[in-house]
Write a protein that binds this ligand. Structure first.
Ligand code: NAP
Length: 215
């Protein structure tokens, strides 16, 4: 079966790591930035990868990855929403506030009663958002190797088929996907990033991931 085209909205570390991961797994990929010169090193290492504006990338992708700064996610989704209609958008963003961490604990601009993905879903109801990849550092996102086995990726979103498609991708990327419900579950999944970051901020330890154990 032909693999769907992937559009990666973003040019930072997450965007670059996931875009390279998709290329490694045989997908056709376009990566977006308002200034594509930021991606010239990535392009040198990923010759088949395409570069484009946010609008071009939204149109190109059959599945999208949203990997932009949390504070800009709403304005970027608003600006490209027409190109995303009906498509799966893997939302890797976190609503990190522009203030320093307190003893290694990040601050969010959202509350426990409203996540960033709910705001995005309300802005673009025709888009099939699935939260994923937000609760692990970019260095561990693609086929990570842990002594304890495959880590768990907690995902959520309103569309079952979209979550199934994302689960298949997560399996290829070396993760055990766990469907934790609808968009409101992002209220719980987004703060996992705060927890994940504490050992990094406090002890400079960044090589870990979550695993769900069942009896
Ligand atoms: N870093 C990680 O390991 C990690 C792990 C999990 C989740 N996340 C989440 O994934 C998202 C991307 O993280 P990242 O570390 O790769 O990159 P980032 O620095 O948070 O975001 C860079 C991207 O955001 C866009 N952007 C829009 N407005 C911006 C502004 N005012 N300042 C800076 N960038 C702006 C940039 O656009 P241009 O290309 O046009 O410059 C660029 O594409 C974030 O929401 C983050 O919380 C990060």
């Amino acid at each position: 079966m032909t693999k769907k085209k992937i559009g990666v909205l973003g040019s930072g570390q997450v965007a670059q790591v996931l875009a390279s991961g998709f290329i490694k797994h045989g997908y056709e990929v376009m990566v977006a930035s308002s200034d594509i010169t930021k991606l010239s090193d990535w392009k040198t290492k990923n010759a088949t990868g395409k570069l484009g504006s946010f609008e071009e990338t939204a149109m190109f992708g059959e599945i999208l990855v949203l990997a932009v700064k949390g504070t800009s996610a709403e304005s970027i989704i608003k600006s490209v929403a027409s190109g995303l209609s009906g498509k799966v958008v893997i939302d890797a963003t976190n609503p990190i506030a522009a203030v320093p961490p307190t003893n290694g604990v990040l601050s969010y601009f959202t509350t426990l009663s409203e996540s960033l993905m709910e705001r995005l879903q309300a802005l673009a109801p025709q888009v099939r958002f699935v939260k994923a990849f937000n609760s692990v550092g970019n260095l561990c996102m693609v086929n990570p190797m842990f002594a304890g086995g495959k880590p768990t990726m907690f995902i959520c979103g309103n569309d079952r088929d979209a979550k199934r498609e994302v689960a298949t991708i997560l399996d290829q990327f070396g993760w055990d996907p766990e469907d934790f419900g609808r968009v409101e579950s992002a209220r719980a999944i987004e703060p996992l990033c705060m927890l994940w970051c504490i050992p990094g901020m406090v002890n400079n330890e960044w090589n870990h991931a979550f695993k769900l154990l069942r009896a």
